[in-house]
Design a protein around this ligand. Structure first.
Ligand SMILES: Cc1ncc(COP(=O)(O)O)c(C=O)c1O
Length: 367
C-alpha cells in the first residue's frame, strides 16, 4: 500500500511541503546484516528535491530507494560538480533518533557548494529536510547499540550538456545507511601510510570542500597503501611536502606529553566536525591543546610520550598503531609503531557520550 503524507520544510521564511510517498512497512520490516560493512546497507527510502538557483523546483519527496534514470549527458558525470555531507543520527534510550551537529553539516554543505560553484541550499531547508528524512526512518530497528544511522546528503549537477559550465539545475538527495564499525572486524587501531610524493589538495583548490574530486584523487594512493598492508593514507601539504594535513577521509591528531596537537585549518583541509568536537571536549576536560603545523619528521621520529590518531564521523577516534613512511615510491619503507594511547580511548568514550546525550555538551549538538 502506497500512502501519502505531508511534512513541512522551511526555505528562508517560506514553507514547502515534502510528500511522503512510501509504505511505512518498508521501514518497519527492514532487515540488515548484524555486522554491516560500512556504507553497504541501503535504507530503503530517499529524499529527492530538484533545485534551480538554490530553490526547490517541483515536488520534494521521500520515497522508495529505487534506481532512477540519469542522462549520459549529465554534467556531474563529466565535470564532477558534486558535493556531499556525512553525519549520523543516534538512537537514544527512549528509542528516538537524535542527529549530531546538524547545523554544522548544513553550514559545511553550503560552503562546499560555494567552493564548487554550485548554487548553495538554504541552511534551514537542509536542516528541515534531514530532520524529515530521519523522522521517516524513526521506526527502523537497529540490531545493536553500536549501530547508527549514517546520513548522506548529496547535491549534484543535473544539466544534460557536455559543455564545461556551472549547472543551472541541481539534484538534492538524502540517503541513509545503517552502520557499525568503520574498519572491518571493529579493531582498535589503524595502519596508515604516508608518502611525500602523494598530494591530496593544494592552496586555493577544493581541499576544504566535501566534493567527489577530493576522494577520486585519493584513490590511487589508497590502492598503493592497501597493497603495502595499510588502510589509510596520510597527506602532507602539497607545496613543501613538510607539514601533516589529514587522511583521505579523516582528520589527524597527535598526543605529545599529554597535549593534543592537530594541524591548523590551512585552507586545504576539511573542517572536520569531529576534529572541532574533540577540541571542545579537550577544553571541557582540561586537556591542553595546540593547533599548529606538525612537520612530518615529528611523527616519523616520535619521542617517547607520543601517539597519533585519526578522527571523523564515520570512524569516531581511531588510534594509529603503525605509520608507514616513504620519501618517494622508490624510497625505503619505514614502519613506525605507535601505542594505543589511553587518552585517545578516553576521548573516544567522551565523544560517544556526546552522541548519546550523556555529556553536558550533548545538548548544544543534538537535534
Ligand atoms: C577528507 C576528510 N577529512 C576529514 C573528515 C572528518 O570530518 P567529520 O569529522 O566532519 O566527519 C572527513 C569525513 O568524511 C573527510 O572526508
Amino acid at each position: 500500500m502506497m500512502w501519502l503524507r505531508k511534512s513541512l520544510v522551511r526555505i528562508g521564511k517560506d514553507r514547502r511541503v515534502i510528500n511522503l510517498e512510501f509504505d511505512k512497512s518498508i521501514i518497519k520490516n527492514f532487515q540488515y546484516s548484524d555486522t554491516p560493512d560500512f556504507g553497504s546497507v541501503q535504507v530503503p527510502i530517499v529524499l529527492k528535491s530538484l533545485h534551480s538557483e538554490g530553490k526547490p523546483k517541483g515536488n520534494i519527496t521521500i520515497g522508495p530507494n529505487g534506481d532512477y534514470k540519469i542522462s549520459s549527458f549529465n554534467s556531474t558525470l563529466h565535470y564532477g560538480q558534486s558535493i556531499f555531507e556525512g553525519l549520523k543520527a543516534y538512537k537514544m534510550e527512549n528509542g528516538k533518533f537524535k542527529i549530531f551537529r546538524l547545523k554544522d553539516a548544513a553550514r559545511r554543505f553550503r560552503r562546499s557548494a560555494q567552493i564548487m560553484g554550485m548554487s548553495a541550499l538554504d541552511e534551514d531547508f537542509f536542516i528541515d529536510c534531514v530532520k524529515s528524512y530521519v523522522e521517516s526512518c524513526s521506526e527502523l530497528e537497529l540490531t545493536s547499540k553500536e549501530h547508527s544511522l549514517y546520513l548522506r546528503p548529496l547535491l549534484y549537477a543535473n544539466d544534460s550538456i557536455i559543455k564545461v559550465r556551472a549547472s543551472s539545475e541541481y539534484q538534492f538527495v538524502i540517503m541513509g545507511s545503517i552502520v557499525g564499525s568503520y574498519f572491518s572486524g571493529g579493531k582498535v587501531g589503524a595502519k596508515v601510510y604516508c608518502n611525500r610524493q602523494f598530494v591530496r589538495a593544494f592552496p586555493h583548490g577544493t581541499g576544504e570542500a566535501k566534493t567527489a574530486a577530493n576522494y577520486a584523487i585519493s584513490l590511487p594512493a589508497l590502492k598503493h597503501a592497501t597493497s603495502l598492508g595499510f588502510e589509510q593514507v596520510l597527506y602532507l601539504d602539497a607545496l613543501k611536502k613538510e607539514n601533516v594535513e589529514e587522511l583521505g577521509g579523516m582528520n589527524f591528531f597527535m598526543i605529545k606529553n599529554g597535549t593534543l596537537v592537530t594541524p591548523k585549518l590551512s585552507g586545504t583541509i576539511l573542517h572536520g566536525i569531529t576534529r572541532d568536537t574533540i577540541l571542545e571536549l579537550a577544553k571541557h576536560l582540561d586537556i591542553p591543546t595546540e593547533v599548529r603545523d606538525i612537520n612530518y619528521k615529528e611523527i616519523i621520529e616520535p619521542s617517547e610520550n607520543q601517539s597519533i590518531f585519526a578522527c571523523g564521523t564515520a570512524a569516531t577516534i581511531v588510534p594509529i598503531i603503525e605509520l608507514g613512511f616513504q620519501e618517494s615510491l622508490e624510497g625505503q619503507l619505514k614502519r613506525i609503531e605507535y601505542p594505543v594511547d589511553p587518552l585517545a580511548i578516553k576521548l573516544r568514550e567522551h565523544l560517544v557520550d556526546c552522541h548519546y546525550n550523556k555529556s553536558p555538551l550533548s545538548d548544544k549538538w543534538l537535534s
